[in-house]
Design a protein around this ligand. Structure first.
Ligand code: G1P
Length: 298
């Protein structure tokens, strides 16, 4: 029987320079879509997939993330006094059991592979683990990682979320070299980090959800810097393939938003705003007005 995936690593050490000046004093993972920070979406998705232990790889200036998942006795007391039970309920999503969340510091910004490697001592031998990049927000009926965990129960090995991207965008992603197309999944014979359009082996890109074996952490022990001078997770997963171990790309059902970019973040804000029952009518009619005003001005 395959081991259950119960731990997830959240690399949250990045400086978020694309969102300066906002990220001068707040971690980008605290930026909100409607009223929930990006990290909350990532945690909700992990919980839905059965994750019980949450490992944050952080860096200097990320204290707000720790506070966010801490108890807030004064706030709670105040809400209770005022009878604001709905808000108390909302806060429950930010509660963590004692010991369920761990923070590890990445002392140097050496890349995603290095960030994941920093958590190596918290992953046991033979214990599969997930990695979630909170910049990639995925709206889906069944949360993306849950879809993957279910598929992984049959496959084992390593699995990455995958999505087709236009070839001119391949230099923003890890790209899969496909061995066999199995429908929802593909088996993979290679992975390249951020290739040019000409060098991309396919148009199937890695999106920030991974299920990995601890062997990847061992490879990361030996990993040298790759694309962009950084230690790449993609290269360590590709090493699994070199060792004849199975790696799969999983074509998830859902819409992915690149919240690491301003345009993607704005799109997500619109989509999540429109999905909220309490905002839908007002927000949709505002957007319709905006569109017709813009058209009229053309
Ligand atoms: C990272 C990974 C890349 C992946 C991407 C998905 O890149 O290195 O393989 O395709 O996330 O969002 P980053 O966006 O951190 O540069």
């Amino acid at each position: 029987m395959k081991r259950k995936v119960t731990k997830a690593i959240f690399p949250v050490a990045g400086l978020g320079t694309r969102f300066l000046p906002a990220t001068k004093s707040i971690p980008k993972e605290i930026m909100t879509l409607v009223d929930r920070p990006l990290i909350q979406y990532a945690i909700d998705e992990a919980r839905a997939a059965g994750i019980k232990e949450f490992i944050f790889v952080t860096s200097r200036g990320k204290g707000a993330l720790e506070d966010y998942f801490d108890n807030a006795p004064i706030l709670e007391q105040e809400l209770r006094k005022k009878g604001k039970n709905e808000l108390l309920e909302v806060l429950k999503d930010t509660n963590m059991d004692s010991g369920a969340i761990a923070y590890i510091r990445q002392h140097k910004a050496l890349g995603l592979g290095h960030a994941v490697w920093c958590a190596r001592r918290l992953i046991n031998n033979n214990e599969p683990f997930a990695v979630i990049l909170p910049d990639d927000v995925i709206a889906a009926e069944k949360p993306c990682l849950q879809q993957m965990v279910e598929a992984y129960e049959d496959t084992g090995g390593c699995m990455v979320a995958a999505m087709e991207v236009p070839s001119e965008k391949s230099s923003s992603y890890g790209i899969l070299d496909v061995k066999g197309d199995l429908g929802t999944m593909v088996s993979v014979k290679g992975m390249v980090e951020k290739p040019s359009a000409e060098q991309a082996p396919s148009n199937l890109a890695v999106i920030g959800r991974y299920i990995l074996t601890p062997k990847v952490l061992q490879s990361l022990n030996r990993m040298k810097s790759g694309a962009g001078g950084e230690i790449q997770l993609t290269d360590a997963i590709a090493e699994e393939i070199n060792q004849d171990r199975d790696v799969y790309g999983y074509r998830f059902r859902g819409e992915r938003f690149d919240c690491g970019s301003k345009a993607g973040f704005l799109r997500a804000t619109v989509a999540f705003g429109m999905a909220r029952p309490e905002l839908r009518d007002e927000f949709t009619s505002y957007l319709e007005d905006m569109v017709s005003l813009t058209k009229a001005a053309e």
